[in-house]
Design a protein. Structure first.
Length: 521
Protein backbone atom coordinates (compact mmCIF):
# COMPACT_ATOMS: atom_id res chain seq x y z
CA UNK A 1 0.00 0.00 0.00
CA UNK A 2 1.43 3.40 -1.02
CA UNK A 3 2.01 6.27 1.42
CA UNK A 4 -0.97 8.19 0.00
CA UNK A 5 -3.31 5.25 0.48
CA UNK A 6 -2.03 4.62 4.00
CA UNK A 7 -2.66 8.26 4.92
CA UNK A 8 -6.17 8.11 3.42
CA UNK A 9 -6.84 4.85 5.27
CA UNK A 10 -5.66 6.35 8.57
CA UNK A 11 -7.87 9.40 8.11
CA UNK A 12 -10.91 7.31 7.21
CA UNK A 13 -10.31 5.01 10.20
CA UNK A 14 -10.09 8.01 12.54
CA UNK A 15 -13.34 9.46 11.20
CA UNK A 16 -15.04 6.07 11.50
CA UNK A 17 -13.80 5.56 15.06
CA UNK A 18 -15.08 8.94 16.19
CA UNK A 19 -18.41 8.37 14.49
CA UNK A 20 -18.90 4.98 16.15
CA UNK A 21 -18.01 6.36 19.58
CA UNK A 22 -20.42 9.29 19.22
CA UNK A 23 -23.24 7.09 17.92
CA UNK A 24 -22.95 4.45 20.64
CA UNK A 25 -22.61 7.15 23.28
CA UNK A 26 -25.92 8.62 22.09
CA UNK A 27 -27.50 5.17 22.45
CA UNK A 28 -26.02 4.48 25.90
CA UNK A 29 -26.99 7.82 27.44
CA UNK A 30 -30.81 7.43 27.34
CA UNK A 31 -30.46 3.87 28.69
CA UNK A 32 -28.48 5.19 31.64
CA UNK A 33 -30.98 7.98 32.24
CA UNK A 34 -33.91 5.57 32.17
CA UNK A 35 -32.58 2.63 34.19
CA UNK A 36 -30.09 4.07 36.68
CA UNK A 37 -31.21 6.01 39.76
CA UNK A 38 -30.42 9.72 39.39
CA UNK A 39 -27.77 9.76 42.11
CA UNK A 40 -26.01 6.68 40.76
CA UNK A 41 -26.13 8.13 37.24
CA UNK A 42 -24.61 11.38 38.44
CA UNK A 43 -21.78 9.53 40.17
CA UNK A 44 -21.10 7.41 37.07
CA UNK A 45 -20.94 10.49 34.84
CA UNK A 46 -18.59 12.09 37.35
CA UNK A 47 -16.32 9.05 37.43
CA UNK A 48 -16.43 8.75 33.65
CA UNK A 49 -14.64 12.07 33.26
CA UNK A 50 -11.49 10.54 34.78
CA UNK A 51 -10.19 9.49 31.35
CA UNK A 52 -9.02 13.06 30.73
CA UNK A 53 -6.32 12.71 33.38
CA UNK A 54 -4.71 9.86 31.46
CA UNK A 55 -3.83 12.10 28.52
CA UNK A 56 -2.16 14.60 30.83
CA UNK A 57 -0.21 11.93 32.71
CA UNK A 58 1.29 10.59 29.47
CA UNK A 59 3.66 13.59 29.71
CA UNK A 60 4.23 13.65 25.95
CA UNK A 61 6.02 10.28 25.94
CA UNK A 62 3.66 8.52 23.52
CA UNK A 63 4.07 10.92 20.60
CA UNK A 64 7.85 11.03 21.16
CA UNK A 65 8.24 7.24 21.27
CA UNK A 66 6.11 6.84 18.14
CA UNK A 67 8.29 9.37 16.32
CA UNK A 68 11.52 7.65 17.41
CA UNK A 69 10.23 4.31 16.12
CA UNK A 70 9.21 5.99 12.86
CA UNK A 71 12.66 7.56 12.47
CA UNK A 72 14.26 4.18 13.12
CA UNK A 73 12.00 2.67 10.46
CA UNK A 74 13.08 5.44 8.06
CA UNK A 75 16.68 4.18 8.22
CA UNK A 76 15.48 1.29 6.07
CA UNK A 77 14.04 3.69 3.47
CA UNK A 78 11.01 5.90 2.96
CA UNK A 79 8.88 3.17 1.36
CA UNK A 80 6.46 1.89 4.04
CA UNK A 81 6.69 -1.63 2.54
CA UNK A 82 10.50 -1.72 2.51
CA UNK A 83 12.10 -4.64 4.43
CA UNK A 84 13.71 -3.65 7.71
CA UNK A 85 17.47 -3.82 8.01
CA UNK A 86 19.07 -5.60 11.01
CA UNK A 87 20.09 -2.18 12.39
CA UNK A 88 16.49 -0.96 12.23
CA UNK A 89 15.13 -4.15 13.78
CA UNK A 90 17.56 -3.89 16.70
CA UNK A 91 16.78 -0.22 17.31
CA UNK A 92 13.01 -0.74 17.18
CA UNK A 93 13.29 -3.78 19.48
CA UNK A 94 15.26 -1.74 22.02
CA UNK A 95 12.87 1.23 21.75
CA UNK A 96 9.89 -1.09 22.27
CA UNK A 97 11.47 -2.76 25.30
CA UNK A 98 12.40 0.60 26.83
CA UNK A 99 8.89 1.90 26.13
CA UNK A 100 7.34 -1.23 27.62
CA UNK A 101 9.25 -0.80 30.87
CA UNK A 102 8.55 2.92 31.06
CA UNK A 103 4.83 2.39 30.43
CA UNK A 104 4.73 -0.32 33.09
CA UNK A 105 5.99 2.23 35.60
CA UNK A 106 3.77 4.93 34.14
CA UNK A 107 0.66 2.74 34.38
CA UNK A 108 1.37 2.21 38.07
CA UNK A 109 1.81 5.96 38.46
CA UNK A 110 -1.47 6.67 36.67
CA UNK A 111 -3.27 4.24 38.99
CA UNK A 112 -1.79 5.78 42.13
CA UNK A 113 -2.29 9.41 41.08
CA UNK A 114 -5.85 8.82 39.82
CA UNK A 115 -6.84 6.85 42.90
CA UNK A 116 -5.30 9.45 45.23
CA UNK A 117 -7.07 12.29 43.40
CA UNK A 118 -10.33 10.41 43.79
CA UNK A 119 -9.63 9.91 47.49
CA UNK A 120 -9.45 13.65 48.12
CA UNK A 121 -12.52 14.41 46.01
CA UNK A 122 -14.92 11.50 46.43
CA UNK A 123 -14.76 11.41 50.21
CA UNK A 124 -16.59 14.76 50.27
CA UNK A 125 -19.53 13.55 48.15
CA UNK A 126 -22.88 13.70 49.88
CA UNK A 127 -24.49 10.34 49.06
CA UNK A 128 -27.91 9.09 50.11
CA UNK A 129 -28.92 6.06 48.04
CA UNK A 130 -25.55 4.42 47.37
CA UNK A 131 -22.70 3.69 49.75
CA UNK A 132 -19.25 5.25 49.68
CA UNK A 133 -17.81 1.74 49.53
CA UNK A 134 -19.60 1.11 46.22
CA UNK A 135 -18.28 4.36 44.80
CA UNK A 136 -14.76 3.63 46.04
CA UNK A 137 -14.78 0.14 44.54
CA UNK A 138 -16.08 1.40 41.18
CA UNK A 139 -13.45 4.16 41.19
CA UNK A 140 -10.67 1.66 41.97
CA UNK A 141 -11.77 -0.53 39.06
CA UNK A 142 -11.84 2.50 36.74
CA UNK A 143 -8.34 3.47 37.87
CA UNK A 144 -7.26 -0.06 36.93
CA UNK A 145 -8.92 0.47 33.54
CA UNK A 146 -6.89 3.65 33.06
CA UNK A 147 -3.70 1.85 34.04
CA UNK A 148 -4.43 -0.93 31.53
CA UNK A 149 -4.96 1.64 28.78
CA UNK A 150 -1.60 3.25 29.56
CA UNK A 151 0.04 -0.19 29.71
CA UNK A 152 -1.13 -0.84 26.13
CA UNK A 153 0.19 2.44 24.72
CA UNK A 154 3.59 1.02 23.77
CA UNK A 155 1.98 -1.35 21.25
CA UNK A 156 0.02 1.52 19.72
CA UNK A 157 3.29 3.45 19.40
CA UNK A 158 4.92 0.45 17.71
CA UNK A 159 2.04 -0.12 15.29
CA UNK A 160 1.86 3.53 14.28
CA UNK A 161 5.60 4.05 14.19
CA UNK A 162 6.19 1.38 11.53
CA UNK A 163 3.43 2.85 9.35
CA UNK A 164 0.18 1.09 10.26
CA UNK A 165 -1.85 4.23 10.81
CA UNK A 166 -5.56 3.79 11.52
CA UNK A 167 -5.45 0.17 12.65
CA UNK A 168 -5.40 1.18 16.31
CA UNK A 169 -8.47 3.36 15.65
CA UNK A 170 -10.30 0.39 14.10
CA UNK A 171 -9.34 -1.81 17.05
CA UNK A 172 -10.56 0.91 19.42
CA UNK A 173 -13.84 1.13 17.47
CA UNK A 174 -14.35 -2.62 17.71
CA UNK A 175 -13.59 -2.77 21.43
CA UNK A 176 -15.65 0.37 22.12
CA UNK A 177 -18.61 -1.16 20.32
CA UNK A 178 -18.39 -4.34 22.41
CA UNK A 179 -17.78 -2.39 25.63
CA UNK A 180 -20.68 0.04 25.22
CA UNK A 181 -22.99 -2.75 24.06
CA UNK A 182 -22.03 -4.79 27.14
CA UNK A 183 -22.63 -1.76 29.36
CA UNK A 184 -26.09 -1.28 27.85
CA UNK A 185 -26.90 -4.96 28.54
CA UNK A 186 -25.52 -4.70 32.08
CA UNK A 187 -27.70 -1.67 32.86
CA UNK A 188 -30.80 -3.31 31.35
CA UNK A 189 -30.13 -6.35 33.57
CA UNK A 190 -29.97 -4.21 36.68
CA UNK A 191 -26.23 -3.67 37.01
CA UNK A 192 -24.79 -0.53 38.57
CA UNK A 193 -21.52 1.31 39.04
CA UNK A 194 -19.33 -1.71 39.79
CA UNK A 195 -20.60 -3.69 36.80
CA UNK A 196 -20.15 -0.72 34.45
CA UNK A 197 -16.59 -0.15 35.69
CA UNK A 198 -15.74 -3.85 35.37
CA UNK A 199 -16.90 -3.91 31.75
CA UNK A 200 -14.72 -0.87 31.01
CA UNK A 201 -11.68 -2.60 32.51
CA UNK A 202 -12.26 -5.81 30.56
CA UNK A 203 -12.51 -3.70 27.41
CA UNK A 204 -9.18 -1.98 28.17
CA UNK A 205 -7.46 -5.36 28.67
CA UNK A 206 -8.97 -6.71 25.45
CA UNK A 207 -7.79 -3.66 23.52
CA UNK A 208 -4.24 -4.10 24.82
CA UNK A 209 -4.15 -7.75 23.78
CA UNK A 210 -5.68 -7.09 20.37
CA UNK A 211 -3.30 -4.25 19.43
CA UNK A 212 -0.28 -6.34 20.45
CA UNK A 213 -1.61 -9.28 18.44
CA UNK A 214 -2.15 -7.04 15.42
CA UNK A 215 1.40 -5.66 15.64
CA UNK A 216 2.78 -9.22 15.78
CA UNK A 217 0.67 -10.35 12.81
CA UNK A 218 1.49 -7.34 10.64
CA UNK A 219 5.23 -7.19 11.31
CA UNK A 220 6.32 -10.50 12.89
CA UNK A 221 9.98 -9.62 12.32
CA UNK A 222 9.66 -6.93 14.99
CA UNK A 223 9.17 -9.68 17.56
CA UNK A 224 12.03 -11.85 16.30
CA UNK A 225 14.51 -9.98 18.51
CA UNK A 226 14.25 -9.52 22.23
CA UNK A 227 14.87 -5.88 23.02
CA UNK A 228 16.99 -4.66 25.90
CA UNK A 229 17.18 -1.53 27.97
CA UNK A 230 19.30 0.81 25.87
CA UNK A 231 20.00 4.28 27.15
CA UNK A 232 21.49 5.25 23.81
CA UNK A 233 18.19 4.97 21.89
CA UNK A 234 16.44 6.92 24.65
CA UNK A 235 18.86 9.81 24.47
CA UNK A 236 16.97 13.08 24.22
CA UNK A 237 13.52 11.53 24.64
CA UNK A 238 12.77 12.95 28.13
CA UNK A 239 13.39 16.56 27.06
CA UNK A 240 11.48 16.07 23.79
CA UNK A 241 8.56 14.47 25.64
CA UNK A 242 8.47 17.30 28.16
CA UNK A 243 8.38 19.87 25.36
CA UNK A 244 5.62 17.93 23.60
CA UNK A 245 3.66 17.91 26.86
CA UNK A 246 4.20 21.66 27.30
CA UNK A 247 2.91 22.20 23.76
CA UNK A 248 -0.24 20.24 24.60
CA UNK A 249 -0.77 22.17 27.85
CA UNK A 250 -0.46 25.46 25.95
CA UNK A 251 -3.10 24.27 23.48
CA UNK A 252 -5.42 23.38 26.37
CA UNK A 253 -5.00 26.87 27.88
CA UNK A 254 -5.86 28.44 24.53
CA UNK A 255 -8.88 26.30 23.64
CA UNK A 256 -10.44 25.12 26.91
CA UNK A 257 -10.62 28.06 29.32
CA UNK A 258 -13.34 30.25 27.82
CA UNK A 259 -16.14 28.86 29.98
CA UNK A 260 -14.40 29.92 33.20
CA UNK A 261 -14.23 33.54 32.07
CA UNK A 262 -17.84 33.52 30.87
CA UNK A 263 -19.09 32.02 34.14
CA UNK A 264 -17.18 34.46 36.33
CA UNK A 265 -17.77 37.63 34.30
CA UNK A 266 -21.00 37.15 32.30
CA UNK A 267 -22.76 34.32 34.12
CA UNK A 268 -23.08 30.61 33.39
CA UNK A 269 -26.23 31.12 31.31
CA UNK A 270 -24.06 32.71 28.60
CA UNK A 271 -21.90 29.61 28.20
CA UNK A 272 -24.08 27.26 26.06
CA UNK A 273 -24.50 29.45 22.95
CA UNK A 274 -20.85 30.54 22.96
CA UNK A 275 -19.60 26.99 23.53
CA UNK A 276 -21.88 25.54 20.83
CA UNK A 277 -20.51 27.92 18.20
CA UNK A 278 -16.97 27.19 19.35
CA UNK A 279 -17.50 23.42 19.23
CA UNK A 280 -18.97 23.32 15.75
CA UNK A 281 -15.91 25.13 14.33
CA UNK A 282 -13.54 23.13 16.55
CA UNK A 283 -14.98 19.83 15.30
CA UNK A 284 -14.54 21.01 11.71
CA UNK A 285 -10.91 21.83 12.58
CA UNK A 286 -10.38 18.38 14.09
CA UNK A 287 -11.84 16.60 11.06
CA UNK A 288 -9.73 18.69 8.68
CA UNK A 289 -6.55 17.92 10.64
CA UNK A 290 -6.93 14.14 10.53
CA UNK A 291 -4.89 13.86 7.33
CA UNK A 292 -1.95 15.76 8.83
CA UNK A 293 -2.06 13.53 11.92
CA UNK A 294 -2.12 10.40 9.78
CA UNK A 295 0.85 11.67 7.73
CA UNK A 296 3.21 12.29 10.65
CA UNK A 297 4.92 8.89 10.81
CA UNK A 298 5.39 8.80 7.04
CA UNK A 299 6.98 12.24 7.17
CA UNK A 300 9.38 10.79 9.78
CA UNK A 301 10.17 7.83 7.50
CA UNK A 302 10.84 10.05 4.49
CA UNK A 303 12.80 12.66 6.47
CA UNK A 304 15.09 9.98 7.89
CA UNK A 305 15.56 8.54 4.40
CA UNK A 306 16.53 11.98 3.09
CA UNK A 307 13.52 12.32 0.75
CA UNK A 308 12.91 16.00 1.53
CA UNK A 309 11.01 16.64 -1.71
CA UNK A 310 8.46 13.95 -0.83
CA UNK A 311 8.07 15.45 2.66
CA UNK A 312 7.35 18.85 1.12
CA UNK A 313 4.82 17.31 -1.27
CA UNK A 314 2.91 15.68 1.60
CA UNK A 315 2.90 18.87 3.71
CA UNK A 316 1.75 20.96 0.74
CA UNK A 317 -1.06 18.51 0.01
CA UNK A 318 -2.10 18.47 3.67
CA UNK A 319 -2.19 22.28 3.72
CA UNK A 320 -4.35 22.45 0.61
CA UNK A 321 -6.65 19.72 1.89
CA UNK A 322 -7.00 20.87 5.50
CA UNK A 323 -7.42 24.54 4.63
CA UNK A 324 -9.93 23.76 1.86
CA UNK A 325 -12.07 21.77 4.30
CA UNK A 326 -11.87 24.53 6.91
CA UNK A 327 -12.57 27.36 4.45
CA UNK A 328 -15.49 25.68 2.69
CA UNK A 329 -16.97 24.44 5.97
CA UNK A 330 -16.46 27.87 7.53
CA UNK A 331 -18.20 29.53 4.56
CA UNK A 332 -21.19 27.21 4.98
CA UNK A 333 -21.39 27.94 8.74
CA UNK A 334 -21.17 31.69 8.20
CA UNK A 335 -23.72 31.83 5.37
CA UNK A 336 -26.20 29.50 7.11
CA UNK A 337 -25.87 31.70 10.19
CA UNK A 338 -28.68 31.55 12.73
CA UNK A 339 -30.56 28.93 10.72
CA UNK A 340 -27.92 26.30 11.50
CA UNK A 341 -28.13 26.85 15.26
CA UNK A 342 -31.94 27.11 15.29
CA UNK A 343 -32.19 23.69 13.64
CA UNK A 344 -29.45 22.14 15.76
CA UNK A 345 -30.20 23.62 19.20
CA UNK A 346 -33.53 25.40 18.90
CA UNK A 347 -34.32 29.14 18.82
CA UNK A 348 -32.35 31.75 20.77
CA UNK A 349 -29.08 29.77 20.82
CA UNK A 350 -27.16 31.75 18.20
CA UNK A 351 -24.23 33.66 19.67
CA UNK A 352 -23.99 36.06 16.73
CA UNK A 353 -22.34 36.30 13.32
CA UNK A 354 -19.35 38.34 14.56
CA UNK A 355 -18.28 35.73 17.13
CA UNK A 356 -18.72 32.85 14.67
CA UNK A 357 -16.64 34.79 12.10
CA UNK A 358 -13.83 35.23 14.67
CA UNK A 359 -13.96 31.50 15.42
CA UNK A 360 -13.71 30.65 11.71
CA UNK A 361 -10.70 32.94 11.20
CA UNK A 362 -9.05 31.59 14.36
CA UNK A 363 -9.40 27.95 13.40
CA UNK A 364 -8.40 28.47 9.78
CA UNK A 365 -5.12 29.84 11.13
CA UNK A 366 -5.03 27.06 13.73
CA UNK A 367 -5.38 24.51 10.94
CA UNK A 368 -2.41 26.00 9.12
CA UNK A 369 -0.44 26.04 12.38
CA UNK A 370 -1.37 22.44 13.19
CA UNK A 371 -0.43 21.05 9.77
CA UNK A 372 2.92 22.81 9.59
CA UNK A 373 3.84 22.07 13.21
CA UNK A 374 2.84 18.40 12.83
CA UNK A 375 5.09 18.04 9.80
CA UNK A 376 7.90 19.88 11.56
CA UNK A 377 7.57 17.88 14.78
CA UNK A 378 7.65 14.64 12.77
CA UNK A 379 11.27 15.52 11.95
CA UNK A 380 11.95 15.56 15.74
CA UNK A 381 11.96 19.34 15.97
CA UNK A 382 9.97 20.08 19.14
CA UNK A 383 10.41 23.83 18.86
CA UNK A 384 6.94 25.10 19.80
CA UNK A 385 6.57 24.47 23.54
CA UNK A 386 7.64 27.97 24.57
CA UNK A 387 5.54 29.80 22.02
CA UNK A 388 2.46 27.67 22.77
CA UNK A 389 2.74 28.25 26.52
CA UNK A 390 3.26 31.97 25.90
CA UNK A 391 0.16 31.97 23.73
CA UNK A 392 -1.79 30.20 26.46
CA UNK A 393 -0.72 32.72 29.11
CA UNK A 394 -1.47 35.68 26.82
CA UNK A 395 -4.88 34.17 26.09
CA UNK A 396 -5.68 34.15 29.81
CA UNK A 397 -4.57 37.76 30.26
CA UNK A 398 -6.35 39.06 27.17
CA UNK A 399 -9.50 37.09 28.00
CA UNK A 400 -9.70 38.71 31.45
CA UNK A 401 -9.50 42.28 30.09
CA UNK A 402 -11.21 41.86 26.70
CA UNK A 403 -14.24 40.07 28.15
CA UNK A 404 -14.84 42.82 30.68
CA UNK A 405 -14.46 45.51 28.03
CA UNK A 406 -16.04 43.96 24.92
CA UNK A 407 -18.08 41.02 26.18
CA UNK A 408 -18.17 37.66 24.38
CA UNK A 409 -16.78 39.15 21.17
CA UNK A 410 -13.77 40.27 23.19
CA UNK A 411 -13.33 36.77 24.60
CA UNK A 412 -13.34 35.26 21.09
CA UNK A 413 -10.86 37.92 19.93
CA UNK A 414 -8.59 37.21 22.92
CA UNK A 415 -7.79 33.77 21.51
CA UNK A 416 -7.20 35.12 18.02
CA UNK A 417 -4.95 37.99 19.14
CA UNK A 418 -2.92 35.79 21.52
CA UNK A 419 -2.28 33.22 18.79
CA UNK A 420 -1.50 35.85 16.15
CA UNK A 421 1.18 37.27 18.45
CA UNK A 422 2.70 33.85 19.13
CA UNK A 423 1.99 30.54 17.42
CA UNK A 424 0.39 31.65 14.15
CA UNK A 425 3.40 33.56 12.87
CA UNK A 426 6.17 31.62 14.61
CA UNK A 427 5.05 28.17 13.44
CA UNK A 428 4.76 29.43 9.86
CA UNK A 429 8.25 30.96 10.00
CA UNK A 430 10.02 28.14 11.88
CA UNK A 431 8.14 25.29 10.26
CA UNK A 432 8.72 26.35 6.66
CA UNK A 433 12.41 26.87 7.38
CA UNK A 434 12.71 23.45 9.01
CA UNK A 435 10.95 21.73 6.11
CA UNK A 436 13.00 23.76 3.57
CA UNK A 437 9.74 25.01 2.06
CA UNK A 438 10.28 28.43 0.48
CA UNK A 439 7.82 31.14 1.54
CA UNK A 440 7.24 32.19 -2.08
CA UNK A 441 6.28 28.64 -2.90
CA UNK A 442 3.91 28.62 0.05
CA UNK A 443 2.22 31.83 -1.14
CA UNK A 444 1.83 30.62 -4.73
CA UNK A 445 0.95 26.98 -4.11
CA UNK A 446 -1.12 27.26 -0.89
CA UNK A 447 -2.12 30.77 0.20
CA UNK A 448 -3.43 32.17 -3.10
CA UNK A 449 -5.33 29.02 -4.23
CA UNK A 450 -6.94 28.53 -0.79
CA UNK A 451 -7.94 32.21 -0.62
CA UNK A 452 -9.68 31.83 -3.98
CA UNK A 453 -11.43 28.71 -2.68
CA UNK A 454 -12.77 30.67 0.29
CA UNK A 455 -13.96 33.59 -1.85
CA UNK A 456 -15.78 31.26 -4.23
CA UNK A 457 -17.26 29.19 -1.37
CA UNK A 458 -18.55 32.32 0.38
CA UNK A 459 -20.00 33.71 -2.83
CA UNK A 460 -21.74 30.51 -3.88
CA UNK A 461 -23.04 29.81 -0.34
CA UNK A 462 -24.28 33.38 0.07
CA UNK A 463 -26.12 33.17 -3.25
CA UNK A 464 -27.66 29.81 -2.27
CA UNK A 465 -28.72 31.15 1.15
CA UNK A 466 -30.31 34.23 -0.43
CA UNK A 467 -32.31 32.11 -2.88
CA UNK A 468 -33.42 29.76 -0.10
CA UNK A 469 -34.55 32.47 2.33
CA UNK A 470 -38.18 32.08 1.38
CA UNK A 471 -38.08 28.33 2.03
CA UNK A 472 -37.75 26.32 5.24
CA UNK A 473 -34.70 26.45 7.48
CA UNK A 474 -33.76 22.90 6.54
CA UNK A 475 -33.79 23.83 2.85
CA UNK A 476 -31.59 26.88 3.48
CA UNK A 477 -29.13 24.85 5.52
CA UNK A 478 -29.03 22.14 2.86
CA UNK A 479 -28.54 24.67 0.05
CA UNK A 480 -25.60 26.40 1.74
CA UNK A 481 -23.99 23.09 2.74
CA UNK A 482 -24.33 21.55 -0.72
CA UNK A 483 -23.00 24.71 -2.37
CA UNK A 484 -19.92 24.80 -0.15
CA UNK A 485 -19.52 21.05 -0.57
CA UNK A 486 -19.41 21.36 -4.35
CA UNK A 487 -16.73 24.04 -4.09
CA UNK A 488 -14.79 21.72 -1.76
CA UNK A 489 -15.02 18.86 -4.25
CA UNK A 490 -13.69 21.15 -6.99
CA UNK A 491 -10.83 22.24 -4.69
CA UNK A 492 -9.96 18.64 -3.91
CA UNK A 493 -10.01 17.77 -7.61
CA UNK A 494 -7.73 20.59 -8.75
CA UNK A 495 -5.59 21.28 -5.65
CA UNK A 496 -5.22 17.96 -3.83
CA UNK A 497 -5.31 15.19 -6.44
CA UNK A 498 -2.45 15.07 -8.91
CA UNK A 499 -2.88 14.22 -12.60
CA UNK A 500 -2.29 10.49 -12.12
CA UNK A 501 -4.79 10.30 -9.27
CA UNK A 502 -7.40 12.12 -11.32
CA UNK A 503 -6.80 9.73 -14.21
CA UNK A 504 -7.15 6.70 -11.96
CA UNK A 505 -10.39 8.07 -10.54
CA UNK A 506 -11.81 8.60 -14.01
CA UNK A 507 -10.85 5.05 -14.91
CA UNK A 508 -12.56 3.82 -11.76
CA UNK A 509 -15.88 5.47 -12.64
CA UNK A 510 -15.55 4.56 -16.35
CA UNK A 511 -15.85 8.12 -17.61
CA UNK A 512 -13.40 7.79 -20.44
CA UNK A 513 -12.11 4.88 -22.44
CA UNK A 514 -8.56 6.17 -22.88
CA UNK A 515 -8.09 6.15 -19.14
CA UNK A 516 -7.45 2.40 -19.29
CA UNK A 517 -4.00 3.19 -20.63
CA UNK A 518 -3.00 4.59 -17.26
CA UNK A 519 -1.71 1.99 -14.80
CA UNK A 520 -3.54 1.46 -11.55
CA UNK A 521 -1.50 1.29 -8.37
Amino acid sequence: MSVTRRIAFGAAASWFSRGVTILLGLVLMPVLFRYLPKEELGVWLLLGQSWAAMGILDLGFGITLTRRIALAKGKSGGDPNAPLTPETLREIADLTECGRRIYHAMSAGVFVVSWAAGFFYLRNLQLHDISHFTVWLAWTILCASQACAVWATVWTCLLQGVGYIGWDALVASFITTLTLTAQIIVVLCGGGLIALATVATVGALAQRWLIRWLARVRRPELFSLRGRWNGQVLRGIPSLAFRAWFTAVGTILVQNTDSFFIASIKGAEQIPAFRAAFLIVLNLHMLAGVFASSSAVFVSHLWQAGQIGEVQRIVQRNLRLGLSIMLCGGAAILMAGETLFDIWLGPSNYVGWAIVAVFVVTFVLEQQTFIISTGCRATEDEAFAGVMMTGGILKLLFAFFFTRRFGLVGLACATLVAQLLTAHWFVLYRGLRRLQFEFNRYVVSVLIPCTLVFVVACGVSFFAAALANSFSGWFKLGATSVSAGLVLLAALWFLVLDANQRDRFLVFVNLRALGAAHPLE
